[in-house]
Ligand binder design. Structure first.
Ligand code: AAL
Length: 430
């Protein structure tokens, strides 16, 4: 009997111990629930990879507090005529905006041709007056504005030089540098109709004592294509100069690895070339390419480093990136509806700042403005990528795209519908 009682007692003790253990485990796990108010500092506890990244990879724990996070607002510009949008006039690929002589200045690709472009795929049909691409047979124009919304086109800044000088076929996609009191326009200098072999060109430069010109086109290639077999052997696009460490840091884009089976068929990445003199020599950075995505170049000094708007192409499109050392970029935020080919107003682009303030607006472009790929238009964008502004309305990311936008612009094509139909038929057969 005693023995039985002993066994029962022992059993009770074991059960109660187990219950206690479970209770304390539960309490322990309760303590470890992730708190409702997110800790400002990374908590000292096991974290999922996602939460870990939220603390380590971004400058703040929510995008709304991230200085390098923004959404973008767009405003139609006043002052530009596009011939009723028939494709005979295009304006695209604007430079940075600068403020000089009491007004804003912007330079851009301007094409005015008797007919609309035939398109890159039909480049063989292009002539001295029939453009292939939207940016073929173009010159560099400029416009000024009192308020950034209404612009007055001032005319040509750099025209196409005579053959065989660099750019005789088209001068496009320019950007501005102010250095030691002089102005420099870097641009793509085409010597063949774009589309004949690709979008092949190097970069040339013109200089002036005033933003109003007159501009002297050096006719020289300042950023040459890379050697055969290298990533930038065919195209040096979107030259974009900033001043850092007393030198010219010129970022550019190259497109390469063309494979027709993919859409887009090319990879686009960005490189850096550095010079002490605006006319060169420019030395390409040994780590090039240094940004693995993006279709055009848009950068601005931010704190001690440089930030980049990275859009349209590549693994990391739709991001804002940051490089403290101006070379090694990390993703700072992920966003949407980014301005294409943006030329921001960057007040400290050339001041060699050690504390870049950021940007709040600029000019970008809309390609395919008429829906038939005939011409592009310039537009204004606004944002809050500035240390000096905190506009929560610019950070609000609940964008509402209408059902029509999804159905009409992003509906399935015939081939996709056919594949889906077949998949269902196969299932039914099983
Ligand atoms: C742009 C830029 C370059 C390309 C073409 C015109 O958006 O990337 O300028 O060459 O497209």
């Amino acid at each position: 009997m005693k023995r039985i009682l002993y066994v029962i007692m022992l059993g009770l003790i074991v059960v109660s111990c187990q219950q206690k253990q479970e209770k304390s485990k539960l309490e322990e796990s309760k303590q470890e629930e992730f708190p409702f108010f997110i800790p400002k500092e990374k908590p000292n506890r096991p974290l999922s990879a996602a939460v870990e990244r939220n603390y380590d990879a971004y400058s703040s724990i929510r995008p709304e507090q991230n200085e390098l996070y923004t959404q973008f607002k767009y405003t139609k510009l006043k002052g530009f005529d596009y011939n009723g949008g028939d494709g005979t006039i295009t304006r695209r690929d604007p430079s940075k905006v600068i403020f000089e002589k009491g007004k804003y200045y912007v330079w851009y690709t301007h094409r005015e041709s008797p007919v609309k472009p035939v398109g890159m795929s039909r480049a063989k049909e292009a002539t001295d007056v029939i453009p292939s691409a939207d940016w073929d047979l173009a010159d560099i124009f400029y416009a000024t504005s009192e308020d950034g919304f209404t612009w007055v086109e001032q005319g040509v800044a750099v025209p196409r030089p005579p053959k065989p000088q660099a750019g005789w076929r088209s001068v496009t996609t320019t950007d501005i540098l102010k250095f030691n009191g002089k102005y420099y326009l870097y641009f793509q200098a085409f010597m063949e109709a774009s589309g004949l072999r690709g979008d092949f060109c190097p970069v040339s430069v013109a200089y002036a004592d005033s933003p109003d010109g007159p501009w002297t086109h050096t006719g020289k290639i300042v950023i040459p294509n890379g050697p055969e077999g290298s990533w930038d052997q065919y195209s040096i696009h979107d030259p974009y100069p900033l001043v850092h460490d007393g030198k010219i840091y010129l970022y550019y884009k190259g497109d390469f690895d063309k494979r027709p089976e993919f859409k887009p068929s090319k990879i686009r990445m960005q490189g850096l070339a550095i010079a002490e003199d605006p006319l060169g020599p420019f030395v390409k950075h040994s780590l090039n390419p240094i940004i693995n995505s993006g279709h055009e170049t848009t950068l601005f000094p931010f704190k001690e480093g440089v930030a980049a708007i990275v859009q349209r192409d590549g693994q990391e499109h739709n991001t804002i990136q940051y490089a403290k050392d101006w070379v090694n970029f990390e993703i700072a935020s992920i966003t949407e509806l980014l301005p294409v080919a943006a030329g921001p107003f960057v007040p400290d682009a050339f001041t060699d700042t050690k504390n870049g303030r950021g940007i709040t607006w600029g000019i970008s472009h809309f390609i395919n403005a008429d829906g038939n790929w005939n011409h592009s238009i310039l537009t204004r964008f606004d944002c809050d990528l500035s240390q000096d502004v905190d506009d929560q309305q610019m950070k609000d990311h609940y964008y509402n795209y209408s059902p029509e936008f999804h159905y009409e612009k992003h509906g399935l094509n015939g081939k996709q519908k056919e594949r889906i139909k077949k998949e269902t038929e196969e299932l039914k057969k099983q």
